[in-house]
Write a protein that binds this ligand. Sequence first.
Ligand SMILES: Cc1ncc(COP(=O)(O)O)c(C=O)c1O
Length: 441
Amino acid sequence: MVSLEPIDLFQGRPAPDLLPTEHLKNAAVKALSDKSVSDPGLGYGPDEGYFPLRQNIASWLSAFYETQQPANAERICITGGASQNLNSILSVFTDPLLTRMVWLVEPTYHLVFRSFEDAGFHGRMRGIPEDEEGMDADALEGALGLFEEGEDSIPDMANKTSIKPHKSYRKIYRHVIYCVPSFSNPSGTTMTTSRRESLVRIARKFDALIVCDDVYDFLNWDLQDVKHTPSSFQRLVDIDRTLDGGPSDYFGNVVSNGTFSKLIGPGCRVGWAEGTVKFAYGLSQAGQNISGGAPCQLMSTFVNELLEGGILEQHIATVLIPHGRRRHLAILAAVKEHLSPLGAMMSSDISTGGTELGGGYCIWLRLPAPLTAAEVCRRASETQNLTLGCGDVFEVPGSRSSEKDLRRSLRLCFMWENEERIVEGVERLAYVVRELLFTSN
Ligand SMILES: Cc1ncc(COP(=O)(O)O)c(C=O)c1O
C-alpha cells in the first residue's frame, strides 16, 4: 500500500482556512445578543425567509450584478442552499406528469440527478452538450423541437394531466432546463451573453423553467492582472426581466439559485432564490415553508450580520478571490508544465476582451487518447493516494447525448488543497498518465 499523504482534487468545497469563521462567530454573538434579532431568529420565520436578509441580499446582488432594474426583497426567497432549493423548486413548479422532460448541460453537476429522480423524473433527463460558449443552444432547441413533434416523446404520457392540484401561487412548467452559467461545475465554462439570451428565448418558446445554479458568480478573477476584477455577468434571471419586452408571464422562465456555501461555508445551509415576485412567492408556499417557515431562520440572522456590515464582501475581496486566484494559477501552471506535454488539454479558461477570466472551483482536463478517466482515477487512487473527479460521474444518467468526451475527462478542484499540494497532486497525476501511456503493455 502507498505511504504517500492523501491529496484530494475531487473535493468541491472550500478549505476550512478560507472560511470567515471568526467573523461568523462575532455575527452570531451580535445577533444572539440583540433581542430584536434573536427573538425572531429563534422562532418560526416567515414563509419567504428573514426579511432583513432578503432586503440585504437584494441590494448586494443589485450592486454586484449592476442590474438595470435593482432587485427588491419581494424577488428573493430565502432557502436552505442550492441543493435544498432545487427540491423545493421541483416540488412547487413541476409535476411528474405535466412536466415532460429535464434538459441538463452535460457534463453536469452530478449531485442534482437524485433531486430530479426524487421529483419523478427518473429516465427523463437528457444531456445537452456544451462548447466554449456554454450549453449548446442549437442542440437544446433542436432536441426540444424534436421532442415536441412527438418523435421523441413518451408514449404513455400523451393524455396525462397534472397529478398536483391547481394553485394560484404556482404554475407547472412543461420542461426544466438546468445549467450552471458561470464557472460551471465540472467544466469551468462560462456562458456568453448571447448564449444566455438564446436560452431564455428557448425557455419561453417551450414553456420551460431554467434553473440556474449561480453559485460561483462571486468567485471570479482576472488571471493576468491581479488588480483587475472582471465585471460580473448578466444572470439569466436578469436577462429574463428585460429581453424582448420582459417575461412571458408573471412567473417568468428563470430562477437564480444562489448559496452562501462557497462564500461562508457549506454547513451554513443558507441560500436564496431570485425570480419574479410571483415566482419567489410561489416558492415560499412549498409545504415545508408554510409549516416551518423558510429554512435556516437562525442562521439567516447571522448571515445578515455579515452582509449588513459589508463583512462578507470584504472577505470575498481579501481572502476568497486572492486565494482562489493563486490556487487557480497554480493548477493551470502545473498542468501546463506536467500534463500538456503528455497531450492533456484544458478547457477551463476562456478569453474575454483581452483579459483572462478565471473563477469557480475547478478545471476540466481532457486526457490524451487512448486513456480513459476511469483507469486514470483508479490508478491514481491505488498508486498515488490521489483522488480525482472522473468524467463519467458528470454524465447525465440515461442520456442519449453523443458527447462522450467526458469519459476521457477529469475534474480537478483547486479550493480544497493548498497551492503546494495542488502542484504535487498534478505531478502525481502526470506520473500516472505517463506510466499508463508509455509503460503499460
Ligand atoms: C453547481 C452546484 N450547485 C449546487 C451546489 C451545492 O450548493 P449548496 O451547498 O448550496 O446546496 C454545488 C456545490 O458544489 C454546485 O457546484
